[in-house]
Design a protein around this ligand. Sequence first.
Ligand SMILES: C[S@@+](CC[C@H](N)C(=O)[O-])C[C@H]1O[C@@H](n2cnc3c(N)ncnc32)[C@H](O)[C@@H]1O
Length: 363
Amino acid sequence: MSRPVTTAATRGAKLPASTRWTTARPTKVRRGGSLDPTRRPAADRYPELVTEGRRAPHPANALNELSGEEWLYFTKSVLTTAYPSELGHAARKAHGANKPPRLMARLIEFFSKSGELVLDPFAGVGGSLLGAAIARGPRRAVGIELDPRWVAIYEALVPALLAEDGGRGPRIVDLGQSDPGGPRRFDPSGSEMRLGDALELLPTVPDATVDLVVTDPPYNIQLPLTMAGGASAAEHTNRRTDYAMVSDSSADLANAPDYPSFLDRMETVFGQVQRVLREGRYAIVIVRDAYQDGRYQFVGSDLAQRAHAVGLVPKGDLIWHQAGTRLRPYGYPRVFVPNIAHQHILVLRREPARAQARRRCSR
Ligand SMILES: C[S@@+](CC[C@H](N)C(=O)[O-])C[C@H]1O[C@@H](n2cnc3c(N)ncnc32)[C@H](O)[C@@H]1O
């Protein structure tokens, strides 16, 4: 059920009780324009959700609200939880790269605090926004998505979810140790989806105003013929790709003319991400390696290098095992071609200026 939240135009500002608003409004899709995500309302800190049955965070922990145990559990570099189909997955799966909101919530909970501002410049059908809405407690979130098809799915989903269970909202199953930290609730009232090109909208976001960027960009260029296409695709279902993902727009990063151009555009995005992030805060980028044109492409590694080139320092590479990946007989019976059943979750940080200066001095 949605709960009252306090709104604030600026982070940390104290507002009188009269500025409370109570429910998530079905948002109108806003196109293009400029984007100042700091104007999203600040959610309450939901003290009971943060502490209910949980140990208090370490007093020196300025990053998140996790206990020491929860912090440690998260830092394991392989994630193997198979997340249930939930929060409108039947509608969201029209998008072949939709992400489980609960995975996104876990990332958001480690790299931000409740009420802080999360930005996803490649938001798809809203995995990150839904993750922000079920986080303990909710974060403010802004998503940018180029393709109106995906924005429409997200926009229809939010009111439908809020209406579930006689208006109490969606039931989110307790996964116990696979999702430690207690119950989750759904509050999308601080979230907004914007229809537009990230390369146009990001430059309109003010400097150093975002607490966390969490995103899942196009993984690579879209080739007209994939390993799951070709002559045998008509005959064998396991050679067919049965989902749509890429738009016709030339602004779609997946439609970049070639892989180097894709990397160049992503570097421009990373430059903007570095600029809009507050010092010391993180950008979490989910990406899948690829096998294209007869070779393996280390997309995760290539993107981490491009991010580093513009000042986002690589801090980690979490491997997310996608347990349900369908196996396809790509190279069979002649050569090895992998079924890529994992994604990289790159952890990048905008270092505080003093840390950068220290490093420069010690060189
Ligand atoms: C991997 S998907 C993200 C899926 C998302 N995490 C979800 O849960 O649905 C990448 C998305 O980036 C979008 N996209 C591609 N180029 C874009 C651009 N220039 N600006 C904004 N979005 C873009 C695509 O339409 C696609 O939906």
